[in-house]
Design a protein around this ligand. Structure first.
Ligand code: ADP
Length: 476
């Protein structure tokens, strides 16, 4: 792992193995950090704020992020290989995301030049000038999951570098490799030692970071339960928080929708990445006249998807991240069958794929799910779709909102009035109309309700890494 610009081991020498999910074999051994290592990284990050980094101008920060963007583009093949080996995403998907990662960094580079306070006219009786200054929030702890390792790392690193904060990143124990490489590229780009630190380890290291008294903010992406533990730990020193906690996103297909567009998009929106995507559209709500046709077409598209080696460009779906995740997904599928949903396809470990090695599950479709079923209510993080028919607009919205989550929603209709009404009625941080899964660095992404708070990307994210100082002084 990388602390204060150095490659280091854990203080007590502990390690953990990261597994290649495609074949179940050990891929690499990384340090398993504990509280002592986290503290060492936080001390380095604090020192870095007080050093040259604290004096870096917006132009300096812009240049360093731009150099990092070029290095990420230059080393794209290596970064792609690390994430495919470590996370099991397909080369097509990881390749696209890694290309976008360089563009994402170029956007953060531009953001470094946009930070500004305000001069505010006040009404005090004596002449006084009042204005605000935006300052970096300080040492940021980032805790990320395994499903898009490099992108997650950059969503945390970008705003840190743009605003002049420093970072201690704890990547997921299942896929820490690209974060380590990214921290090395930061050093090569001229980011001073101590500004970007990576501690590898499991929840123990994450908890130490969340509870550390000298960490000013934590930015977390992961499950609700872990998010709640982090919120509790953050009370120790009243940390600022960004929480991105997953979802159970609905995709509503009205009878007037363009099905040639809606059906493939709905299949990709839930099966892509083997469903291990926080904004996956796992609940497909279909207006009754087209319900059977849509469910059949999505099921057929799912059945046509190729499972296999994620390095093969012909592969549509790679493995689930781990045996534990496979069991979790199969347990959900079993609960769906028991609770009376109709299993239309998939539903089992795909034992014939890759010679029986790896944790593959074929696209799974449940029809006739009900809101009280676990498969309808809970985030599965696997290629599992539930389809539900609806009659009226109101019923569609009620079903869509019948969840504790609120990360994203899709709406398919050719009636602009229906689209506007749905956008207004959906309790969701993002609504995609006649499209799905669109992301851009300038557009914020985040949750309503238990999908979390705070935003990734957009101007709003930059603000979350800044704090405001109000200044008063005698005027003329
Ligand atoms: P998932 O693997 O389902 O995304 P988590 O939300 O548990 O599950 O994991 C996301 C990240 O949170 C990982 O980096 C993990 O190591 C970390 N983590 C797990 N438990 C804790 C904890 N108690 N405090 C802080 N971080 C944790």
């Amino acid at each position: 792992m990388i602390i204060d610009g150095q490659r280091v081991e854990a203080a007590n020498g502990r390690t953990l193995e990261t597994i290649n999910p495609t074949n179940g074999e050990a891929l690499a051994s990384v340090p398993r950090a504990g509280a002592e290592d986290v503290n060492r990284a936080v001390v380095a990050a604090r020192r870095a704020i007080d050093g040259t980094w604290g004096a870096a101008t917006p132009s300096d920060r812009q240049q360093v992020i731009s150099r990092l963007a070029e290095l990420v583009a230059h080393h794209a093949d290596e970064l792609i290989a690390l994430d495919v080996l470590d996370g099991g995403g397909t080369i097509t998907r990881v390749g696209r995301r890694t290309k976008e990662a360089a563009a994402l960094l170029r956007w953060y580079a531009a953001q470094a030049r946009t930070i500004r306070g305000q001069t505010i006219e006040n009404s005090r009786p004596q002449p006084l000038v009042s204005y605000t200054i935006k300052e970096p929030v300080g040492v940021v702890g980032a805790i990320t999951p395994w499903n898009a390792p490099l992108t997650m790392a950059i969503w945390k690193l970008g705003p840190v570098l743009a605003t002049g904060c420093t970072l201690v990143h704890k990547p997921a124990e299942q896929s820490p490799l690209s974060a380590i490489r990214l921290a090395e590229l930061c050093l090569e780009a001229g980011v001073p030692p101590g500004v970007v630190n990576v501690v590898t380890g499991d929840g123990e290291a994450g908890a130490a970071l969340a509870g550390h008294l000298d960490v000013d903010k934590v930015s977390f992406t992961g499950s609700v339960e872990t998010g709640q533990a982090i919120i509790r730990a953050s009370a120790s020193n009243v940390k600022r928080l960004t929480m991105e906690l997953g979802g159970k996103s609905p995709n509503i297909i009205f009878a007037d929708a363009d099905l040639d567009a809606a059906v493939p998009a709905a299949a990709n929106a839930v099966f892509g990445g083997s469903g291990q995507v926080c904004a996956a559209a796992t609940r497909v709500l279909v207006q009754r006249p087209i319900y059977e046709e849509v469910v059949r077409s999505i099921t057929r598209l799912g059945c046509e998807m190729t499972l296999g080696d994620p390095f093969d460009p012909g592969t549509d779906l790679g493995p689930l991240i781990s045996g534990e995740q496979l069991e979790r997904v199969l347990d959900y599928i079993e609960s769906g069958v028991k609770e009376g949903a109709q299993l239309r396809s998939g539903g089992a470990w795909a034992a014939d794929v890759n010679g029986g090695r790896g944790h593959f599950v074929a696209p799974t479709v449940f029809a006739g799910a009900q809101p009280q079923m676990r498969v309808f209510a809970e985030e599965i993080f696997g290629p599992v779709l539930v389809a539900v028919p609806f009659d009226s607009f109101e019923e569609a919205i009620a079903l869509a909102n019948a969840t504790r989550y609120g990360l994203a929603a899709g709406v398919w209709t050719t009636d602009i009035g229906t689209a506007h009404r749905a956008v207004a009625a959906l309790r969701s941080g993002t609504v995609w109309v006649n499209t799905y899964s669109q992301l851009d660095p300038a557009v914020p992404m985040g949750g309503y309700r238990m999908s979390g708070y705070g935003r990734e990307m957009g101007d709003e994210q930059i603000e979350e890494y800044l704090t405001i100082k109000s200044v008063w002084m005698p005027g003329a």
